[in-house]
Design a protein around this ligand. Structure first.
Ligand code: ZN
Length: 338
C-alpha cells in the first residue's frame, strides 16, 4: 500500500554530463561512456533503495534526453536536417531532427541497459519510454501525411520495444506524454488510440505520465499563465479512465491542479506527485505526507502511488537525493497511521 515510485529521470553526476542542463552532451565516449552510465545508474538504484523507494528506475542515465534517447536508434530520421520547432504549442523552441522516411527499429534500443538494471535490483523496476504523441511533438516531419498517421507508426515500434523490455523483466512500462496536457482534443481523437497501440499485448503494468513539465523557466512561465486552477486533466481523465492503461501520473505538489480531478480516475492507479521538481527547496517528509493525505480524500491507498511530479533530470544531484528521501519518508508517515 502506498508504494512509492518516481516519474523516471534523475540528475546525471557531473562526471557523466554537465549538471542542471537538458540535452547536455556526454563527457566520455566508447566503452568508458558505457561503464560510466552503468556506474551512474547503479548509484541511483542504491540511492532509491536506501531512501525506501519501492518501484525504482535507472534514472534515465543512459539517454541524453527522454525523447531523443529513443529516436537516436530509429531509422527514417535525418539528424542532419534540423528544423526549429515550437514544441508543446510553442512553449519552447528546439532544433529537432526530421522524419524523412518510414520509421523503423532496426534493433532494440534499451535492451542492454534494461538487462543491466534488472540485474542490479530485486525491487520492482519501471522503465520509461516517450509516448507517441509527445514524440510527434518533438520531431519535424516531411514524410507522413499527418501527426496521427506518424503517431501510429511510432506506436508500433514503441510496442515492439516495450514487449522486448517487459520480457527482460521490467515490471512497469511507462509512456511519458507531457503533450497530453497541451493538445487535449488530440488526446481524445487519436492520442489514446496511439497509446493503446503502444501497449498492445503487454502483460506488465502500463502507465502514462502526464505532467506540467520539468522545473525549468519556460514551464514555470507557462504555469503562471494557466490561471488559478489548472484543469487540463479534467478534459482527458474521463477518456483515460476508459482506456486500457493501468496507471496515470499527475502533479499535486506545489501545483494548482484541483485534487478533486482524481475522482475522474476511479478505475486507475494514480501516481500522485508529492514532490515538486524545482530546485529551490526539498520538501519535508511532513509536507509530502500532507500532500498524500489530501490525495487520499479522492483515491484509496491501494491505488495511490506517491511519486515525483515529473523527472528530476535538470535539478542538482543532492536536491534530487533529498527529495527521494522525503518522498519515501513521507509515505511511511502516512502508512503508519492508516
Ligand atoms: Zn514529466
Amino acid at each position: 500500500m502506498l508504494e512509492t515510485t518516481i516519474a523516471g529521470s534523475l540528475p546525471k553526476p557531473e562526471w557523466l554530463a554537465e549538471p542542471e542542463k537538458l540535452w547536455a552532451p556526454w563527457r566520455l565516449s566508447g566503452e568508458k561512456l558505457k561503464q560510466a552510465k552503468e556506474h551512474a545508474a547503479a548509484e541511483w538504484l542504491n540511492h532509491q533503495q536506501s531512501a525506501g523507494i519501492d518501484i525504482v528506475t535507472n534514472g534515465e542515465q543512459f539517454r541524453i534526453h527522454f525523447v531523443h534517447g529513443f529516436l537516436e536508434h530509429i531509422s527514417g530520421i535525418d539528424w542532419d536536417k534540423k528544423t526549429a520547432m515550437g514544441i508543446r504549442d510553442n512553449r519552447y523552441t528546439v532544433q529537432v531532427p526530421t522524419v524523412t522516411g518510414p520509421v523503423s527499429r532496426p534493433q532494440s534500443v534499451h535492451l542492454d541497459e534494461v538487462r543491466f538494471t534488472r540485474a542490479q535490483t530485486d525491487h520492482k523496476l519501471k522503465f520509461t519510454l516517450p509516448g507517441p504523441m509527445t514524440i510527434c511533438d518533438t520531431i519535424a516531419d516531411v514524410h507522413y501525411a499527418s501527426r496521427p498517421e506518424m503517431a501510429m507508426a511510432i506506436a508500433e515500434i514503441l510496442n515492439d520495444e516495450a514487449r522486448e523490455l517487459a520480457y527482460a523483466g521490467v515490471d512497469v512500462i511507462q509512456f511519458d506524454e507531457p503533450a497530453f496536457n497541451v493538445f487535449m482534443d488530440d488526446v481524445k481523437e487519436w492520442g489514446i488510440t496511439a497509446l493503446h497501440r503502444a501497449i498492445d499485448g503487454l502483460t506488465c503494468t502500463t502507465a502514462v505520465h502526464i505532467c506540467y513539465g520539468y522545473g525549468i523557466d519556460e514551464n514555470l512561465r507557462w504555469k503562471e499563465s494557466l490561471g488559478s486552477e489548472w484543469r487540463q486533466y479534467e478534459e482527458i481523465f474521463p477518456a483515460l479512465n476508459a482506456s486500457r492503461i493501468d496507471q496515470v501520473s499527475l502533479e499535486c505538489a506545489d501545483s494548482r491542479v484541483p485534487l478533486s480531478l482524481m475522482g475522474l480516475l476511479k478505475d486507475k492507479g494514480l501516481m500522485v506527485g508529492a514532490v515538486a521538481v524545482t530546485p529551490e527547496k526539498v520538501e519535508t517528509p511532513k509536507e509530502v505526507a500532507s500532500t498524500i493525505r489530501s490525495a487520499l480524500q479522492y483515491v484509496d491507498a491501494e491505488r495511490l502511488f506517491p511519486c515525483t511530479n515529473c523527472g528530476m533530470a535538470p535539478i542538482p544531484y543532492d536536491t534530487a537525493l533529498g527529495k527521494l528521501k522525503s518522498l519515501a519518508a513521507g509515505a511511511v508517515l502516512v502508512r503508519n497511521k492508516l
